[in-house]
Design a protein around this ligand. Structure first.
Ligand code: GLV
Length: 322
């Protein structure tokens, strides 16, 4: 019976625990899961769990260190997002319990829309025209020919976004840890090739996961390799970018602007130099956010696989940290 399980001597109704910040509306995920499987036993919030032995699957985002050690029959943990860095930063994770993450089509669409919007906003200088319709002489514009997009990270989101840019007529290159082969995209890999890609890039998009390898990757040396006048978009993680180095390169004119959705500290402190910088656009880590109804089917699928000992979808590679 999929409802019942036996652990440490007692028989219990197995539970799926949703442990998310209130702002993520855990009730919506619970409703979406129950609308697919009405029998499902769901607990929202670790503080509401009455029988820790019953929890066999946890959907997790930003929880206190070690909280997952409370569940002796836990079979798998799912991140409630594409990233797993905040989950893996827990130094007291239960040993040997597999971690999965989301790969969600709606999130890929949201990300593609955001990136296209930002590139076009900058490219067509719409903010300048919004302030002053005569920003260029009537009937003329200051069209910039450079249309090379460089995407760091060619995972699920990176590839989806690359395809949208290609359809729009942009030239697209991409860089990833393992060399990929993708139709229409110039693919790069490795440190030397990173510089090669950057020297050709007009719009740099960071979609890399936060790992020991990617921390501070976008520093002065790296960003100054970009084409003069390049534009930087960070939608990956804040720790990949060295804040002061970005500011220096914006202020000395090497870079023309930046759009940032993720930061070292979130929410971005009110006195941070990124706020009110004339060349920086900021958004509140919402370029692409998990939608309960879209995420529910794959979470349920992994729950079913976990309790029946089957191979999980979207497993995290613990060695590489994503
Ligand atoms: C958002 O940042 C995510 O990792 O899904």
């Amino acid at each position: 019976d999929p409802l019942w399980s036996r652990g440490l001597g007692d028989v219990y109704k197995r539970q799926l625990l949703i442990s998310l910040p209130d702002s993520f509306q855990p009730q919506l995920l619970s409703n979406a899961l129950k609308s697919i499987d009405t029998e499902l036993q769901i607990e929202i919030g670790a503080e509401n769990v009455k029988n820790p032995s019953a929890v066999e699957f946890a959907v997790d985002w930003k929880n206190p260190q070690g909280h997952l050690l409370n569940y002796p029959n836990l079979k798998a943990i799912s991140s409630y997002g594409h990233g797993v860095d905040n989950l893996l930063s827990d130094t007291k994770l239960p040993q040997g319990i597999p971690i999965v993450r989301l790969k969600d089509e709606i999130m890929a669409n949201m990300m593609s829309e955001y990136l296209l919007a930002v590139v076009l906003l900058h490219r067509r200088q719409l903010l300048e025209y919004a302030k002053n319709p005569e920003f260029s002489e009537w009937g003329t514009n200051r069209y910039h020919p450079g249309n090379q997009i460089g995407i760091l990270g060619l995972g699920y989101l990176g590839q989806a976004s690359a395809k949208v840019f290609l359809k729009m007529g942009f030239k697209v290159s991409g860089w990833s840890r393992r060399l990929k082969q993708i139709d229409g995209i110039s693919c790069f890999s490795g440190t030397k090739d990173l510089a090669k890609m950057l020297t050709q890039t007009d719009y740099l998009v960071n979609l890399l996961p936060n790992t020991a390898f990617t921390q501070d990757l976008l520093n002065y040396q790296c960003l100054s390799t970009l084409k003069r006048g390049a534009y930087v978009i960070n939608v990956g993680r804040g720790k990949t970018l060295v804040d002061e180095d970005l500011i220096t390169l914006l202020d000395n004119g090497h870079l023309s602007g930046a759009c940032l959705d993720v930061f070292r500290t979130e929410p971005l402190p009110s006195d941070h130099q990124f706020r009110n910088h004339e060349k920086i656009l900021i958004t509140p880590h919402n370029s692409s956010t998990t939608q309960a109804e879209s995420a529910a089917p794959q979470i349920l699928e992994n729950y079913k696989r976990a309790i029946s000992g089957k191979k999980l979808l979207h497993l995290v590679d613990m060695k590489h940290g994503y």
